[in-house]
Design a protein around this ligand. Structure first.
Ligand code: HEM
Ligand SMILES: [Ca+2]
Length: 269
């Protein structure tokens, strides 16, 4: 669950614009696009025996950067604030994809009598050619089963809160209901992040690096640093368990694999 919350949070804070990895076919660097990492013949990792390099595609540059006078910078497609943007999207232009018309509710589909995120019908051309893929505020919602579960959980939570608020405030417009419910969901996410996740991750240093909340400080630069997304916060990849990696690598339907299902369920429930 620590891993899963960490990934969910990374998708609230950042989505660096990528360049297509198909551009990087060889172990030779391609200026501005590919920056392969050479693998030494002496590398003890047996997975690297047959490989000469790791093919790395560079993040897309922000226009006008990458000159001697202006160092290259990356673009964050998501809002860096912890505001639930992986649920609601990072732009008002996209909101109609997730919000149910002008109501206070998020769009959801019914599947096997359960409310789940809306399915992306573009990925389901026929019963034979169908990839179940959810529509969410962050496109990576389908990257991993546990992550999709977090998205479903919080979309349901939004609609639960909106239902309660509607009962208490029958006069509220759809806009008011939506924004008030969103504000509460954002606060819940911040609460879990700062009261539960970060104290566990930072241990004794929590008090020093985060400390007691003293109110909003508009002078703090809330943008995400390249060092944080590219390196520091990817520490979470080391939290993946073997059973997670097997599910991802083999694209397995775990309901038919008890050996994978039980470790998976133990982690999440
Ligand atoms: C099922 C688990 C996970 C999978 C399959 C996964 C996969 C990926 C992939 C494919 C990328 C893009 C790689 C690239 O740009 O080269 C990525 C980026 C990243 N991941 Fe994960 N990840 C997982 C869990 C986590 C966790 C637990 C954390 C942190 C606690 C994390 C933090 C990040 C960060 C910060 C980035 C860079 C995001 C950006 O700049 O857009 N990931 N991950
Ligand atoms: Ca955000």
């Amino acid at each position: 669950m620590m891993m899963q919350w960490g990934q969910f949070m990374s998708h609230d804070m950042a989505k660096t614009t990528l360049q297509p990895s198909a551009n990087c076919k060889t172990c030779e660097p391609v200026p501005s696009k590919c920056i392969p990492i050479k693998i030494s013949e002496k590398d003890p990792n047996s997975n690297f025996k047959e490989r000469k390099c790791l093919k790395i595609s560079r993040s897309a540059p922000v226009c006008g950067t990458g000159t001697p006078a202006t160092p290259r910078q990356q673009l964050n497609e998501n809002t860096a604030y912890v505001d639930g943007s992986m649920i609601y999207g990072s732009s008002t232009k996209d909101l109609h994809k997730f919000r149910d018309g002008r109501t206070g509710f998020l769009k959801m589909d019914r599947f096997n009598d359960m409310m789940v995120l809306p399915f992306d019908h573009g990925k389901c051309l026929s019963a034979q050619q169908c990839t179940a893929s959810f529509v969410a505020g962050d496109i990576r919602a389908n990257l991993f089963l546990g992550l999709s579960a977090m998205h479903v959980l919080f979309a349901r939570e939004h609609n639960r809160i909106a239902t309660e608020l509607q009962k208490l405030n029958p006069g509220w417009s759809g806009d008011r209901l939506f924004q008030e419910a969103r504000k509460i969901v954002g606060a819940e996410i911040q609460g879990v992040l700062y009261r539960e996740f970060l104290p566990k991750i930072l241990g004794n240093s929590f008090a020093e690096v985060i400390g007691v909340y003293k109110g909003y400080d508009s002078s703090v630069d809330a943008t995400i640093s390249n060092e944080f997304t590219t390196a520091a916060y990817r520490f979470g990849h080391g939290m993946l368990m073997v059973s997670n990696i097997t599910i991802i690598a083999r694209k397995i339907d775990i309901s038919n694999h008890r050996d994978l299902l039980y470790p998976f369920l133990r982690q999440f429930f």
